[in-house]
Design a protein around this ligand. Structure first.
Ligand code: SF4
Ligand code: FES
Length: 166
């Protein structure tokens, strides 16, 4: 479920089911994104430009933004780009329209889509590919350890992620 964190100039939203725990948010701006604070996102703690830049580095689309200050919204397209990550998901950018099981449609600018077939949050990757030792060719993707990625060998479950509570 997508949660919304509204600031004065920009609104940030987050869906834990889409997060692949890369931690770009936490590395990107420690004043805006803080795991030990509630709410964990305070959109007014940096300029709207900075918040937008950090959110655009979130590969999964778990984080999205909407500028409220008249500034530019995230550019989408014109085409859609698909990059397979070595031993992992498909990294997709562009205009991505996802239809959920219940028929709800979400349009996203970025997504990490499961290609191992074992994600519990399909069509999104939830890092289950790590537990099943999925192997497939693709672009190497550097994963840093962080507070939301404390190990590389298995996925972080939803209950282990501190952001499950607001
Ligand atoms: S995938 Fe999750 S941890 Fe990585 S930048 Fe996006 S929200 Fe943050
Ligand atoms: S590719 Fe990541 S869970 Fe399937």
């Amino acid at each position: 479920m997508r949660k919304v964190y509204r600031g004065k100039d920009i609104e940030v939203s987050f869906d834990l089911d889409q997060c692949v725990h890369i931690g770009e948010c936490l590395r990107g701006d420690t004043a805006v994104f803080q795991l030990k604070r509630r709410p964990w996102v305070l959109a007014d703690e940096a300029s709207a430009e900075v918040v937008a830049q950090v959110v655009e580095r979130c590969p999964s689309g778990a984080l999205q933004y909407r500028r409220l200050d008249g500034g530019p919204q995230e550019k989408v397209g014109p085409g859609t780009k698909v990059t397979p990550v070595r031993d992992g998901p498909l990294l997709v950018t562009g205009r991505i329209e996802v239809t959920r099981e219940d028929g709800a449609v979400e349009t996203m600018p970025r997504a990490t889509l499961c290609r191992c077939g074992h994600s519990e949050h399909a069509p999104f990757c939830d890092n289950t590919h790590l537990s099943i030792n999925f192997r497939a060719p693709g672009r190497p993707y550097k994963i840093h350890l962080s507070e939301v990625r404390v190990r590389l060998d298995r996925p972080i479950t939803k209950t282990e992620d501190p952001r499950r509570i607001d």
